[in-house]
Ligand binder design. Structure first.
Ligand code: MG
Ligand code: ZN
Length: 449
C-alpha cells in the first residue's frame, strides 16, 4: 500500500544504506505509534523563512502592518529561539551556518558541515530525513519553495549529497561520491524524484531539464524521469489548479528562483533617499503562483492523498520555504526581501487557516539562520550599505547591510532565530532550543520513532 503508485524500492535501499533500510521497511503494524495509540498530530506543516531572523521579521512588520501590528507568524502562541550553528568535519562548532547545514539540522536531527545536504559531518554518509521517515510510515509528504526544488533547503528532505551545488546531473563536480560512477545516487534533482514526495512545488526547471548521465534513466531528463515515476508536471498556476491528487505533482514554475514579489532600489553606500517599494515586479510572469497559493494547493493535494492512502490517523508532512528572503538580503535589496517575507507570512496564514479547519495539525514557523539586515536610527550613517524606506504607517525606517564590502555578497549571521508553533506539542518550541531539536519535535508529533 505504501508503494501503491509505483515506488522504486530498489533505489531506496541503495540510497539510504542498510541500517536505515531496516528502520524504514519495518512493517507499519509494528510501529510504536500503533502499539501506543495515535500520534499526537495528524499532520505537520513546517514553514521556513530562509535567512529570516528577528531583524528581517521586524523590518517586514514595521513596513506593512506597523510597529504595533502583528504578522500572521506573530500570532502563534508558543515561541522560543533556536540556535543555528554548524560543525566542521571533526564536530567542532562553526558559528555561522549555511542553508544546507541549517536544514540538515532539523531534517535529520544532526548537525553537519556547511554546504553538505543530509550527510554526516565526519563520514559523509546519508542520514535519514523527516520526509523519508514520514513517507515510510504512511504519511503523505510535500515540499514547497520559492527557490529551485533542488536548492539546499528543500533538498535536505529529499536528497543526500556532499555539496549543495550538485543540483542536476550536469552539476556534479563537487560530489564525486554521489555520482552513479562513484557508487552514489546522482544529483539532488534525481534523488528528489526517486524519493517520491507526493507534492514538489517551486522553481528549478533548469536543473530538472538536465540529462541524466548514468543509471536506469540515462539519456533522459530528470523531468522525464519524474513523468516515468508517475508525476504530473505542472508549469504555472492554471496547470497547478488542474492537478489531481491521484498521482504525485511536480511544479516547476521558473528556470531557477521563482521571481520575487517586490522590487526597489538596492541599499547603497551612504544610503538612499526615503522611498517606497514597488509591490508589483514586472519581471514576474502573470501565471506564476505565489507562495501562499502554492501552499494552499499543496495542502489540498496532500489532504486528498492522505485520505486516499487510508493510513488511519495519518495525514501529511509538508515543508514550505520562503527562500528569497535570504537571496535578496545577500544582495542588500530591502524591497525584494520585504516582499518575500510578507509573501512567506501569507503562506503562514494559509497554513494556520488549514490547521483551523483540520484539528491535530502542528504548524511550526522558523528560519535556518539570521541575515545581514539591521534596523538603524533614521539619521545613522553606517559604514556599509543602507536604504531608507517610508513605511505604510508613514514612518521612516533605515535598513543597513554591513556584513560585506560594497559589491560583495552580504553574509549570514550566527544569531539564534525565532521558532513559533501552534497545535499538538507546540509547547516543545518554548525557550532556547538546539537547532537539531525540531527533528525530535516533528518525529514525536507524528509518532515516527
Ligand atoms: Mg533555502
Ligand atoms: Zn544565504
Amino acid at each position: 500500500m505504501r508503494f501503491a503508485y509505483g515506488r522504486l524500492p530498489w533505489r531506496r535501499g541503495a540510497v539510504l544504506g542498510s541500517a536505515l533500510l531496516v528502520l524504514v521497511t519495518a512493517p507499519a503494524a509494528s510501529t510504536a505509534t500503533e502499539r501506543s495509540g495515535p500520534a499526537p498530530a495528524r499532520s505537520v506543516i513546517l514553514l521556513i523563512g530562509d535567512g529570516m531572523g528577528d531583524a528581517e521579521i521586524t523590518a517586514a512588520r514595521n513596513y506593512s502592518v506597523g510597529a504595533a501590528g502583528r504578522l500572521a507568524m506573530d500570532t502563534l502562541d508558543a515561541s522560543g529561539r533556536r540556535t543555528t550553528y554548524a560543525v566542521d568535519e571533526r564536530g567542532r562548532p562553526v558559528y555561522v551556518t549555511d542553508s544546507a547545514a541549517g536544514a540538515t539540522a532539523w531534517a535529520t536531527g544532526r548537525r553537519t558541515v556547511n554546504g553538505r545536504v543530509s550527510k554526516s559531518h565526519d563520514t559523509d554518509r546519508p542520514m535519514p530525513t523527516l520526509l523519508e521517515l514520514a513517507r515510510d510510515r504512511g504519511y503523505a509528504t510535500g515540499s514547497v519553495t520559492t527557490a529551485s526544488v533542488a536548492d539546499a533547503t528543500p533538498a535536505a528532505l529529499t536528497a543526500h549529497v556532499t555539496d549543495r551545488s550538485c543540483k542536476g546531473p550536469a552539476d556534479m563536480a563537487a560530489c564525486p561520491a554521489d555520482t552513479r560512477a562513484g557508487g552514489g545516487e546522482g544529483s539532488i534533482a534525481e534523488q528528489t524524484v526517486a524519493a517520491r514526495p507526493d507534492v514538489l512545488l517551486g522553481g528549478g526547471a533548469d536543473h530538472f531539464a538536465q540529462t541524466v548521465t548514468d543509471g536506469p534513466f540515462r539519456g533522459r531528463t530528470v523531468t522525464q524521469q519524474a513523468r516515468a515515476a508517475g508525476y504530473q508536471v505542472v508549469r504555472d498556476r492554471t496547470q497547478l489548479a488542474a492537478a489531481r491528487p491521484g498521482r504525485p505533482v511536480l511544479g516547476l514554475f521558473a528556470p531557477e528562483y521563482v521571481p520575487v514579489e517586490w522590487t526597489g532600489p538596492p541599499a547603497a553606500p551612504g544610503g538612499t533617499a526615503p522611498q517606497r517599494c514597488a509591490t508589483r515586479n514586472p519581471g514576474r510572469p502573470a501565471g506564476t503562483p505565489d507562495l501562499a497559493e502554492s501552499t494552499r494547493a499543496a495542502l489540498d493535494l496532500l489532504t486528498a492523498r492522505a485520505h486516499h492512502r487510508g493510513a488511519p490517523g495519518r495525514g501529511f508532512f509538508l515543508q514550505v520555504e520562503g527562500a528569497s528572503i535570504d537571496d535578496r538580503a545577500h544582495e542588500a535589496d530591502p524591497c525584494g526581501q520585504l516582499g518575500e517575507t510578507l509573501a512567506f507570512d501569507r503562506a503562514v496564514a494559509a497554513a494556520l487557516d488549514h490547521a483551523e479547519r483540520h484539528p491535530r495539525t502542528l504548524v511550526i514557523v522558523t528560519a535556518d539562520h539570521g541575515h545581514a539586515t539591521q534596523i538603524l536610527p533614521h539619521d545613522a550613517r553606517p559604514a556599509g550599505l543602507s536604504a531608507t524606506l517610508v513605511t505604510d504607517e508613514g514612518g521612516v525606517m533605515q535598513l543597513g547591510y554591513g556584513t560585506a564590502l560594497p559589491g560583495e555578497t552580504q553574509e549570514h549571521t550566527g544569531v539564534p532565530v525565532p521558532v513559533a508553533a501552534r497545535g499538538p506539542l507546540a509547547d516543545r518550541v518554548r525557550g532556547v532550543q538546539d537547532n537539531t531539536s525540531l527533528f525530535g519535535t516533528v518525529t514525536a508529533a507524528l509518532g515516527l520513532r
